[in-house]
Ligand binder design. Structure first.
Ligand SMILES: [Zn+2]
Length: 478
């Protein structure tokens, strides 16, 4: 039975694009240094994305005293121009790092004092040029929905002059960014790009660092209850688009919109801060190696009808009969397979972190962050769990599972089938929860059977850990 069959179940009679959407999850990050490596890996992945939708990059890092290896994968093969661009960004970061380096400096300096403006601009413009099309897509919401939402918030804040003024400032700053983006779109001149980068950094200062930050945070918490304090990574994903079903579910979130516009600057600043940090300033001094993973396309057989025969999933239906299908392995799984291979061949001890340009889908997240660490608990190996950012909750029909059978000869146990089985368990359990929750939200009638009983029936207690990511594996950084 193919694990992928689960991804061909639907809760809708329309077998078109209605996908199952499970809850989002953000991983628990075991330590501050792991968080730092993860943020860098996420940033390096995010700054590679140039197309608005179809590109997803995954990045892993290996570091020793002399060398820095960056593993990069995309769902498809990586264009030569993107490789050159990434190598260029890393060499600019090295230059910035060398310029800012002062031996024995005790505290990391501020970006403004350590990096001359022309350097910041060179980095910012290089990255913004590459990611511009993706960036511009953040503004697709400037239509009737956008203006309606702005008017609605103004109405909502009417009674509070301070918060209303703070909202007006944000809208003004967003207008300037928007106009500069359109100007660069129209003339593609360097000066326009610099204006846009400057407008973005001013906006970023306003939202994230300046003295009115607390007022802005308070104001956003009122207009988007439950949506504040999002990280750039959590909003850097497709479901922010107005034309998706997300809109009906959660409404237009101003917080998500703002962070989506800012995400590229947030990533740029993370890289700059790493370049000038006193504890890690030599990060970019090392000899750099880039390992570009080849994309992987695999053919699989899916048989969702068979899944339904064996499991009781009321209200879910199979969207196809048994069929053979061929799909690319998602970028994070390509990096996952590559790193396992390198570790088992004793070629690297990587940071056990996989950065992705957006949150992971249900399949990849279940394999990497849940099933694989769970399987490792039962065996002694030199493999460790990976830390990742989290999961956006969507199941994609084109998803295929990794093939880890190459590990069997060196590991002495069947990692591949154990991970598959565990992944199936987690997904089955998540689907049962999903169906139950939908049922509860549709009717207020009692369930007759509680969650724990259901889990016992289906899962034998493995589900408590579902939202937990790798153990307390602490990474010594730099
Ligand atoms: Zn995926």
């Amino acid at each position: 039975m193919a694990l992928e069959s689960y991804f061909h179940l639907s809760n809708s009679n329309d077998t078109g694009n209605q996908l199952l959407t499970l809850p989002r999850e953000t991983s628990i990050i075991p330590s501050a240094s792991t968080r730092q490596v993860l943020e860098i890996a996420n940033a390096l992945a995010a700054i590679c994305v140039s197309k608005p939708r179809s590109e997803v990059f995954a990045v892993a890092i290996h570091l020793d005293s002399n060398s820095l290896v960056i593993f990069v994968a995309e769902n498809h093969d990586i264009p030569e121009t993107t490789k050159k661009y990434l190598e260029n960004v890393l060499s600019i970061l090295e230059e910035i790092s060398r310029e800012a380096f002062i031996p024995n400096r005790e505290q990391s300096p501020e970006i403004q004092e350590a990096v001359v403006e022309s350097f910041q601009e060179r980095l910012g413009m290089t990255i913004l040029r590459q990611t511009f099309e993706k960036f511009l897509a953040s503004f697709v919401q400037r239509d009737r929905t956008w203006y309606a939402r702005v008017a609605e918030i103004k109405e909502q804040l009417k009674g509070n002059a301070e918060l209303a003024a703070s909202f007006d400032d944000i809208i003004e700053a967003l207008d300037i960014v928007h106009d500069n983006a359109l100007a660069y779109y129209n003339d593609t001149k360097n000066e326009s790009l610099l204006d846009l980068y400057t407008a973005l950094t001013i906006f970023d200062d306003m939202i994230r660092t300046n003295k009115d930050k607390d007022i802005i945070t308070r104001m956003l918490a009122i207009v988007d209850p439950g949506d504040s304090n999002r990280s750039a990574m959590e909003v850097e994903e497709d479901d922010v688009d107005v034309n998706e079903d997300n809109t009906q579910r959660n409404g237009f979130s101003m917080t998500r919109f703002i962070y989506r516009v800012l995400s590229i600057v947030i990533h740029i600043r993370r890289l700059l801060r790493l370049a000038i940090s006193t504890t890690s300033s030599q990060f970019f001094f090392r000899k750099r190696y880039f390992y570009y993973c080849k994309s992987v396309e695999r053919s699989i057989i899916v048989d969702p009808q068979e899944i339904l025969k064996k499991n009781s999933f009321p209200n879910l239906k199979a969207v196809c009969n048994k069929k053979t299908t061929s799909s690319p392995l998602h970028a994070e799984l390509v990096v996952f397979e590559t790193l396992l291979r390198f570790v088992l061949e004793n070629r690297v001890q990587p940071y056990w972190v996989i950065g992705v340009s957006k949150l992971m889908c249900v399949g990849c997240h279940t394999v990497i962050a849940k099933a694989y660490p769970k399987v490792l608990q039962n065996h002694r190996t030199n493999l460790a769990p990976f830390t990742v950012q989290g999961c956006h909750g969507k199941m994609y029909r084109s998803w295929i599972a990794p093939d880890l059978s190459f590990t069997n000869s060196s590991l002495g146990f069947d990692l591949d089938s154990e991970v598959r089985t565990k992944t199936e368990d987690f997904i089955r359990s998540a689907l049962i929860d999903y169906i139950e929750q939908r049922r509860l939200s549709e009717s207020s009638v009692g369930t007759g059977i509680n969650r724990q009983q259901r889990l016992d029936n289906y899962e034998k207690g493995t589900s408590q850990e579902t939202s937990r990511n790798p153990d307390g594996h602490v990474i010594p950084f730099f």
